[in-house]
Write a protein that binds this ligand. Structure first.
Ligand SMILES: NC(=O)c1ccc[n+]([C@@H]2O[C@H](COP(=O)([O-])OP(=O)(O)OC[C@H]3O[C@@H](n4cnc5c(N)ncnc54)[C@H](OP(=O)(O)O)[C@@H]3O)[C@@H](O)[C@H]2O)c1
Length: 199
């Protein structure tokens, strides 16, 4: 699941403005001259930032589907949705990814992640590095991280990657050093004992 199913490479694009209007998507579009002769999709994955409660979900997903069918985006996804909303959306359009709050300290989206795993939908946890009280000195993160010679942030990312093959964490950072540490997590394997200690 990690890596684009179609071979497209790129970060997800979110549109955030509400209420939902087709015109809100204009910000996501590159200038027309960017690819004058290309018929390839311009966006790899377009994520709706929130379901607008004042607009029928079906209308919103139909707009995403129209953008996909019109070649504006290769894939579409949803953010902060329930299992019921994902099922409604999937009846209208193929949903490639779901982007909900989820991390070691906040697992309220566990049922959504389980659903995504069952249906091969990529799950992109936002706020992947939030720790709550777990990172306090002497806490479980410190103990396991020190055993693995990893930083607490690396451990949290490794835990997410271990959780499910559909999980695709995208940690935010302004530091090249942190970026390199985060990339190195791909080589960090947790044992079931490590995981049990963090659960
Ligand atoms: N869909 C939504 O509703 C939603 C909402 C919020 C966020 N998001 C998305 O979620 C992603 C992550 O969000 P986020 O950046 O707010 O939270 P985050 O990734 O959980 O945390 C980012 C923080 O962690 C620090 N950090 C990163 N790597 C580190 C490392 N190796 N060691 C120590 N600290 C490290 C960063 O500081 P440094 O800069 O110092 O590294 C930054 O302060 C983004 O792609 C964002 O767009 C989506």
């Amino acid at each position: 699941m990690r890596g684009s199913p179609s071979g497209h490479v790129g970060l997800p694009v979110l549109f955030r403005k509400q209420p939902f209007r087709e015109s809100n998507l204009a910000a996501c579009r590159p200038p027309r001259r960017a690819r004058p002769h290309s018929t390839r999709p311009r966006i790899a994955l377009l994520l709706s930032h929130r379901i607008d409660p004042e607009v029928p979900l079906a209308d919103q997903v139909s707009e995403l589907k129209a953008l996909q069918e019109g070649g504006k985006t290769a894939h579409v996804g949803l953010s902060e949705v329930s299992v019921d909303q994902i099922e409604q959306a999937r009846a209208i359009a193929p949903i490639a990814s779901v982007h909900n709050l989820y991390n070691l300290a906040n697992r309220t989206a566990e049922n959504v992640l389980d659903y995504c795993e069952r249906h091969h939908v990529a799950f992109i946890p936002w706020f992947p590095l939030a720790t709550g009280g777990l990172a306090k000195p002497g806490g479980p993160i410190e103990a396991v991280a020190s055993r693995l010679s990893a930083s607490p942030s690396q451990l949290m990312l490794a835990w997410l990657l271990h959780r499910s093959p559909v999980v695709l964490p995208i940690p935010g950072t302004s530091s090249v050093e942190h970026l390199e540490q985060n990339v190195a997590v791909a080589g960090l394997q947790l044992t079931e004992e490590d995981v049990a200690e963090l659960t």
